[in-house]
Design a binder for this molecule. Structure first.
Ligand code: SF4
Length: 279
């Protein structure tokens, strides 16, 4: 049984959240460039140039890409032959979030849902654990802004709604969201499982790199068709109009109950931040 310390987990989580907030992924930056080449609206191109410049300044100065530095979401894959010593894993992860948000001068955005009192340190994090083969731990840190999360949607469709119903729900959700999720967006779609499983599938889908299609050719075709449909809405970058409403659409699908068709559309803004480490 391999062993790692809880302190190593804390340290990794701290660095991941600082890095994710300051440095957009290279795939997102490359996607901005390709959208700039294809966008036909001058205003939209201007907005894309500003997003590109904002990302460059954040990298250079070590400042956050956006003032909303997000609720801390983590996907943690734990090898079944790995043991964490010297502390409680959940506490170690939350300590990493606490340190990262303090040391990175990141806004603390977590509060009690009713009193709205801020917890003061951006904890508790939302942590999704998965036990996997092996003796490693993969930690994916995803600071998720509130504006895009608020425009997301969970629906229990009737089975008769079928694929057409799912596709229409995605397009309608993006249209209804308009400017609120700071487009250009990335759309994560989770279909199947149960109500909570569809939501986790949708969120996980947002971790894919730009252009990374579902390995199932049929689902990959749906992703491409949906990307075309949402971009035909003409909402454009920051809703000033244009061809670039969404950067990509990712769909994950699992079997579900014969009486159900759970669908979650999880919207991610252009500040699509996620970083990972393997311990
Ligand atoms: S939706 Fe995204 S870009 Fe807009 S304020 Fe929130 S985190 Fe920032």
């Amino acid at each position: 049984m391999r062993e790692i310390s809880a302190a190593a987990v804390t340290s990794a989580v701290r660095e991941l959240f600082i890095d994710a907030n300051q440095r957009l992924g290279d795939d997102i930056l490359a996607k901005f460039e390709s959208c700039l080449r294809h966008e036909t609206s001058g205003i939209a191109r201007g907005v894309l140039e500003e997003l590109r410049e904002n990302a460059a300044i954040a990298r250079e100065e070590g400042s956050p890409v956006c003032q909303d530095t997000g609720l801390a979401i983590l996907f943690v894959e734990i090898g079944q032959d790995l043991h964490v010593s010297g502390g409680d894993l959940r506490a170690a992860i939350n300590e990493g979030v606490r340190q990262g948000y303090a040391q990175g001068y990141l806004r603390k955005s977590v509060c009690d849902p009713f009193s709205r009192a801020n917890t003061g340190d951006n904890t508790p994090a939302v942590i999704h654990y998965d036990i996997v083969p092996g003796d490693r731990m993969r930690i994916i840190a995803m600071p998720k802004g509130g504006g895009a999360e608020n425009m997301s949607r969970v629906e229990m469709l009737t089975p008769a709604a079928g694929l057409r119903g799912v596709e229409d729900l995605v397009v309608e959700t993006v249209e209804r969201a308009g400017a609120n999720p700071c487009p250009p967006t990335i759309i994560g779609v989770g279909v199947g499982g149960t109500i909570e499983r569809s939501a986790i599938l949708a969120k996980r889908a947002l971790l894919r790199k730009m252009g990374e299609r579902n390995p199932d050719p049929e689902i990959a075709g749906i992703e491409k068709r949906l990307l075309e449909r949402v971009n035909e809405l003409g909402i454009g970058p920051m809703a000033y109009g244009g061809d670039t409403t969404s950067l990509d659409v990712f769909m994950e699908v699992e079997p579900c109950h014969i009486a159900s068709l759970p669908v979650t559309v999880n919207i991610q803004c252009h500040a699509a931040r996620h970083k990972e480490a393997v311990l």
